[in-house]
Design a protein around this ligand. Structure first.
Ligand code: NAD
Length: 384
């Protein structure tokens, strides 16, 4: 057994935990850049807590999934204002923007010096500015991951700025912040969270610590995602989903992902679509393709029994098999109203660009078995 496990410096989880943010922020800096989603009003209580604690603040809003240009703009803003602390408050878009700004604030040069795949992929050398990550969706787990996903409109792809130096100093997860999520965003982000506890569980880089985290995340998402979708103020279901999302972040940062995320990066660069909705549309078809490929080419592979276990954790039936798990996820995706990828403009003419880009992506390396271009094509056809 040999692995590394890295995460945020501190993780604080619980209803009402936002009340602690003033004291926490005052311990890290004097002037914060507060990176929010498109609604600054949702951050009113956060800003009041900073005022009480004597932490000066400026806001920077993120209205869309972030681009390299937006991260640069935020970095200039933070530098001009003399910020020594960055607080991300929102979905993965706000959190990733905050993490990228914090990294670029302290490291010289251009983002393309550091970006993977399309940039030089150089290592960051300086610790990012202290960062507090406060998620308001229950999806990405970005509060505890070491990367920030940025779109490059120039290269038509989403790629990561990645370094252990980007792990937030503090991840503060308050499930109450997710009560206001409407059903569609609950569904998309929640299915992203579910994907992020399933892919690392069957990943070639899984380890016993991430396994334990994934098992708990799969169980909680399995019992609570429908309820959070149907009844947004169900405190127990929201807490389960916030916890499952955290599990996903802990797991993906330390055990990699798989084909769903291998596709999601290039897809997000080519089409305007919410990240979680893309993952959701692909998940059951990727699970089915992986199970079929493993049975055909690696029938003794341990990932096959992992897929049985996923089914058992999701259904609560100790005898459930991988096929039942795939069917369960397929039903859930339908019930939660996830549209096919054709909704965002995907058709067969884009497959030839999408498939090689997915094969090159970093997430693909975690998939339990290498899928051929033909197998990837079949997944896309089913997800249309
Ligand atoms: P998002 O941050 O784009 O938010 C989706 C929508 O929900 C936005 O309109 C936002 O304003 C709204 N919203 C957020 N919180 C709300 C609330 N409490 N009430 C009502 N509305 C609210 O979506 P996301 O799925 O959280 O993040 C997606 C981004 O995260 C993508 O760019 C994706 O690539 C990235 N991502 C990053 C990681 C990582 O480890 N860094 C992992 C997975 C995904």
């Amino acid at each position: 057994m040999r692995f590394e496990f890295a995460t945020a410096g501190r993780i604080l989880f619980g209803e009402g935990m936002l009340a602690e943010v003033g004291t926490l922020a005052a311990g890290l800096g004097r002037r914060a850049l507060v990176v929010t989603g498109q609604s600054v009003e949702r951050a009113t209580s956060l800003l009041a807590r900073l005022d009480e604690a004597g932490v000066a603040h400026e806001t920077f809003t993120v209205a869309h999934e972030p681009t390299v240009g937006l991260a640069l703009e935020g970095t200039r803003r933070a530098r001009d204002l003399g910020c020594d602390l960055v607080i991300g408050f929102g979905g993965g878009s706000a959190l990733d923007t905050a993490k990228a700004i914090a990294a670029l604030l302290t490291n010289p040069g251009d983002p393309y010096d550091y970006l993977e795949i399309i940039g030089r992929g150089a290592a960051l050398t300086c610790p990012a500015a202290p960062t507090i990550a406060i998620p308001t969706t229950a999806g990405t787990g970005s509060e505890v991951t070491r990367n920030a996903v940025l779109a490059s409109p120039e290269y038509r792809v989403k790629v990561s700025l990645r370094s252990p130096l980007m792990l937030p100093a503090i991840a503060l997860i308050d499930p109450e912040l997710t009560y206001s999520l409407p059903p569609d965003i609950t569904a998309y982000t929640g299915l992203d969270a579910l994907t992020q506890v399933i892919e690392p569980f069957v990943s070639s880089a899984a380890n016993p610590l991430t396994d334990a985290i994934c098992r708990e995340g799969i169980r909680r998402a399995g019992r609570s995602l429908r309820r959070a979708f149907q009844q947004g103020d169900d405190a127990e279901a929201r807490a389960d989903m916030a916890f499952a999302a955290l599990c996903g972040g802990l797991a993906l940062a330390n055990a990699r992902l798989g084909v769903v995320h291998g596709f999601a990066g290039p897809f997000g660069g080519m089409f305007d679509a919410p990240h979680g909705a893309v993952c959701a549309a692909l998940l059951p078809h990727v699970m089915a393709a992986n199970v079929a490929a493993l049975r055909e080419r690696a029938p003794d592979h341990p990932a096959l029994s992992r897929y049985d276990e996923v089914a058992q954790l999701l259904t609560g039936d100790a005898e459930a098999t991988a096929d039942q798990g795939v069917a369960w996820v397929c039903d859930l995706v339908t019930e939660l109203g996830v549209p096919g990828l054709a909704t965002y403009g995907l058709d067969e003419t884009a497959f030839d660009a999408l498939i090689p880009a997915a094969q090159r992506s970093s997430s693909m390396k975690g998939n339990p078995i290498a899928l051929s271009d033909d197998e990837l094509r079949a997944i896309l056809e089913r997800a249309l």
